[in-house]
Design a protein around this ligand. Structure first.
Ligand code: M6R
Length: 360
């Protein structure tokens, strides 16, 4: 049941400290600086020469997150929409690893892409929440995110767990491939172990409800981010439109000036996500929107230069770039939730949508 919460979505947002702790349990060891993904044999990824992620919706945003972390670790990788894969898959050979990211393990588009990859000789892996799902049965390997059942149609805790597991898996793939652990693993692991506590702090002190109240009668909502903040911007906008029925779009910060800026007015709040990757550029992009009258809500740590420049602030604990976006995403989940609640939307079951999309 929903327990003390009015909606499953809010319950599931608040479960994230626990679901993340479950995801990483026994899988990281900061004392020995190792990723103990015992799901896989030692050096199992040493022959992988490129990685293709396939996924849809929120899982695609997690896949993009994972793909960017792999690129940053020096591994060639791309994230593709599963429903585009059959007409536009990049070349595959038997050293290509295709990773299907799917919470349910039953999404038709994603299963079709997985089967195509398999037929063309790729090695396949799925990152999923459901043991015994079709994706888990059909892929060569499965990595379970252990988020527990998610009832709300809007994916929340599963996104965080997917992104964290993909970050870990990426470090493991890069390590196997390069013959030594990636340089930033040492700082990542203790930060990862601190995530549940940081999420507890964020959830206990979020200003999301008052921000939702302040801006809930705007015309459109924009989300911008750079680097790992980009998939979070896309996800922030998807969640917002899905449950509030209001228009929302996510952009790479640097793209704003290449077109979307034409839409910016005092009626279009801009949520700017700062993950510590060229933040000064993102701040400049946000200020360009502000100059056109848009209220800017900075999602960043206290004391960050964006706090002063922005109209509002959603605080995230300090951490490293690989994880900051996940904290920002939780603030955005809360904004969407409270905005939808104010508008009296059926939060757990938005119109026209299904939890698991089993048709192409
Ligand atoms: O079960 P999957 O992760 O494969 O589902 C893919 C999408 O349908 C899903 O992520 C959808 O976008 C979310 N429920 C939106 O919140």
């Amino acid at each position: 049941g929903k327990g003390e919460y009015d909606h499953f979505m809010l319950k599931e947002i608040n479960e994230q400290p626990t679901s993340l702790a479950q995801a990483i349990e026994g899988r990281v060891d900061s004392a020995t600086e190792r990723i103990a993904l015992s799901d896989f044999e030692p050096d199992t990824f040493e022959d992988v020469d490129s990685v293709q992620f396939v996924a849809c919706g929120t899982s695609y945003h997690a896949a993009l997150y994972g793909s960017l972390t792999l690129n940053q670790a020096g591994v060639q990788s791309t994230a593709l929409l599963a429903n585009e894969y059959s007409v536009s898959a990049p070349p595959i050979d038997d050293d290509t690893l295709v990773i299907a990211v799917t919470q349910s393990g039953e999404t038709a588009d994603t299963l079709t892409a997985l089967r195509r990859a398999d037929a063309e000789g790729a090695r396949t892996l799925t990152v999923t929440n459901v043991v015994g799902s079709t994706a888990a049965r059909e892929a060569d390997d499965a990595l379970f995110i252990r988020a527990g059942p998610e009832i709300g149609v809007a994916a929340t805790k599963t996104f965080s767990s997917q992104a964290v597991m993909l970050t870990l898996l990426g470090q493991r793939i890069a390590g196997d491939l390069q013959g030594e652990p990636p340089a930033d693993l040492k700082s990542l692991l203790p930060e990862l172990e601190s995530m549940p506590g940081r999420l507890d702090d964020l959830l206990a002190s979020s200003a999301a409800e008052s921000i939702a109240e302040q801006y809930s009668d705007s015309q459109s909502y924009f989300f911008i981010g750079r680097g790992l903040g980009f998939p979070v911007a896309l996800e922030g906008a998807l969640k917002f439109k899905e449950i509030t029925y209001e228009h929302a779009e996510g952009f790479a910060s640097g793209e704003l000036k290449h077109g979307p800026l034409a839409l910016v007015t005092p009626e279009t709040p801009v949520f700017a996500i700062f993950t510590g990757q060229e933040d000064e550029k993102t701040l400049k992009n946000a200020e360009e929107a502000q100059t056109r009258g848009a209220p800017v809500i900075a999602v960043c740590p206290d004391g960050h230069p964006a706090v002063k420049a922005a109209d509002e602030h959603l605080s995230i604990p300090e951490t490293e770039p690989n994880l900051a976006g996940l904290l920002a995403n939780v603030q955005l989940q809360l904004v969407s939730y409270y905005a939808a609640d104010l508008l009296d939307r059926p939060i757990d079951k938005p119109r026209n949508l299904a939890k698991s999309v089993t048709v192409e």
